[in-house]
Design a protein around this ligand. Sequence first.
Ligand code: NAP
Ligand code: MG
Length: 403
Amino acid sequence: MIGKIQMKIPIVEMDGDEMTRIIWKLIKEILLEPYVDLKTEYYDLGIKNRDKTEDQVTVDAAYAIKKYGVGVKCATITPNAERVKEYNLKKMWKSPNGTIRAILDGTVFRTPIIIESIKPLVKTWKKPITIARHAYGDIYKDVEYRVENKGKAELVFVSKSGEVTKQTIHEFEGPGVILGMHNTDESIKSFARACFNYALDTKQDLWFATKDTISKIYDHRFKDIFQEIYENEYKEKFEEAGIKYFYTLIDDAVARIVRSEGGMIWACKNYDGDVMSDMVATAFGSLAMMTSVLVSPDGKYEFEAAHGTVTRHYYKYLKGEETSTNSIATIFAWTGALKKRGELDGIEDLVNFADKLEKASLQTIEKGIMTKDLAMLSDLPNKTVVNTESFLIEIKKTLEEIL
Ligand code: NAP
Ligand code: MG
């Protein structure tokens, strides 16, 4: 290759924490910077800088994605009480992913990376299954109440003009529990559009499922909004692209998914998506092989790995012990962002490079060179387990052969 590939518009680069921060730097040095004249706008979302900037850096990064359209994010610590102590934080800062998602009004799509030598636990699965999780409302914004004794629970709505509607939830004869939850038409519409757009983008069927036979108003609203938006805005485009939109009941969807070949996007309500994405990730092999992309209804993209900062490996690294952390999902976050930037800006070389880097990553594993987590899953006869950095160097060797 002659000279480095040039970029026009920057990618919003969000650095992160712990082991993934180490990997982040290595990926750039070993696999990206020698080939691409990387143009990024850098935001340090590492926990120390979030603390120092009172989390303003996260908000700034999200607005930068709004401005430029494409971001790539390293895994970050979502602080809990232990982390506040460990890093001597001013506050228990909110999840950066939650903050970015709220600003972009986005939907998260998670897709497993499939390789020949690691067979999914579900034998029929041949293509990846992408879970699209609605990231707003339901039990994640609920109000709960512990009923201690006999009494009546009511659902009360007071309209702006003061009109009161009341329904009995339950007449309690003894202790129990109640919860109230909500969603908004606006959020469900954004979710639906993000799903339809992503299906068109990736040319895959879109499935959506709820429990509308039981939840005749709440879940039914989701079903109706999807159907209306489909009919009015997407039906023709779907037919042109040769893909389908398909609605069914959640229990039917689960049964059909398990018997399917894969290759679809499965849109899930918030809780279903939480549960099903872990099921799909585990059945496909490993969290370290799951990619994640946040897509906003107006077509902004943020790419990342689905896993966290791999704290256990980082503590080993700090002690000077050898680690074998899998960088595939983080590499694919970068290639996803580079490809999208290349598509948007008409830089074919950038798209090709990203494709080749993905190929090189997977071919390296197929050659039998892999990290420890994959060695446990792979059915190749001869496997070489390498450490974190050697794995990237081996990918580079494969990449050099391909280029
Ligand atoms: P995690 O970082 O995903 O790691 C959990 C375990 O999964 C690891 O200990 C490791 O198992 C395995 N694993 C995950 N990724 C791996 C990889 N790339 N290579 C090899 N093994 C991998 O989850 P966690 O330990 O629960 O969370 C750690 C921190 O990450 C937390 O502070 C959390 O807030 C944050 N987090 C961030 C995000 C995000 O930014 N998107 C998402 C989730 C969690 P073994 O130890 O058995 O090898
Ligand atoms: Mg979960």
